[in-house]
Write a protein that binds this ligand. Structure first.
Ligand code: SAM
Length: 259
């Protein structure tokens, strides 16, 4: 029986085989890769991945789809985690691992932020997302797409917008343009130098009202002396500040307030 796509799970199934083949060409999966697919759905991408890898971990919330994967032709090559990916503990996997998925667009940002916490375990991530989200992820300062998502992710990952995927490549077609992004965590030394919680706070407050000067948005968070030491005038707005400058501010704050 044909599976009825469930809107609440953001189900848009890929049907265009050339998109899948191009994604595999970009990923270059190898037989012994420890690979995790988020949201395998009906298995369009899973099928292509299993041509290359010996075994695959899949995370699927939809009970019917998880059951199909557990009992279908590929059952011996799959470990099926029937769970909400936002509740999944990635630390239970063997590290380091690779991540791939045509993500449910309604929760793509929370998924990206959850994976940030395990960036030390990840080799790379290839995701299909709403193109508009990828534009924000890779945006440069002083552009309208540049914001909290750009800064938080660019500090931790090198990212490439690989290619766009139009709605007609899916069934049912989404209302928006999609695209594929590659995310590779920066080296451990670079990531470990970032005081994670402080950095998150400095960035979130700066962009809480992006048209306002940092003098206002940072009033209770960043003293002027620290902003100046990082080469930032408090008359600037968040969108003018590079990710490396936000990191610098967080580092200076951490040094000024050691715990
Ligand atoms: N990979 C398939 C494809 O490309 O045809 C399906 C992609 S579809 C956009 C998103 C998939 O993620 C669906 O299978 C959906 O059931 C699953 N999903 C949605 N929310 C989820 C969640 N919170 N945790 C795990 N899987 C989820």
């Amino acid at each position: 029986m044909k599976h009825q796509a469930r809107k609440r799970f953001g189900q848009h199934f890929l049907t265009d085989q050339s998109v899948l083949s191009n994604l595999i060409g970009e990923m270059r999966p190898r037989a012994d890769d420890y690979l995790v697919e988020i949201g395998p759905g009906l298995g369009a991408l899973t099928f292509w991945l299993l041509k290359a890898v010996n075994h695959l971990q899949v995370i699927e919330i939809d009970r019917d789809l998880a059951e199909k994967l557990r009992t279908g032709a590929w059952k011996d090559k799959l470990t099926v985690h029937e769970v909400d990916v936002l509740k999944f503990d990635f630390r239970q996997l063997q590290a380091p691992f690779r991540v791939v998925g045509n993500l449910p667009y309604n929760i793509s940002s929370p998924i990206l932020f959850a994976l940030l916490d395990v960036a030390d375990q990840v080799i790379d991530q290839h995701f299909m997302l709403q193109k508009e989200v990828i534009d924000r992820m890779v945006a440069a300062p002083k552009t309208s797409d540049y914001g909290r998502l750009s800064v938080m992710l660019q500090a931790y990952y090198d990212m490439d917008h690989l290619f766009d995927v139009p709605p007609e490549c899916f069934d049912p077609p989404p209302r928006v343009m999609s695209a594929i992004v590659r995310m590779v965590p920066k080296n451990a030394e670079t990531r470990e130098r970032i005081p994670h919680a402080l950095f998150g706070r400095v960035v979130a407050t700066a962009f809480s009202q992006r048209r306002k000067m940092l003098r206002n948005t940072w009033a209770d968070v960043v003293p002027e002396s620290i902003a100046l030491e990082a080469g930032i005038a408090l008359t600037a707005r968040a969108e003018e500040i590079a990710p490396s400058q936000f990191v610098h501010v967080a580092q200076l704050l951490a040094m000024a307030n050691p715990d």
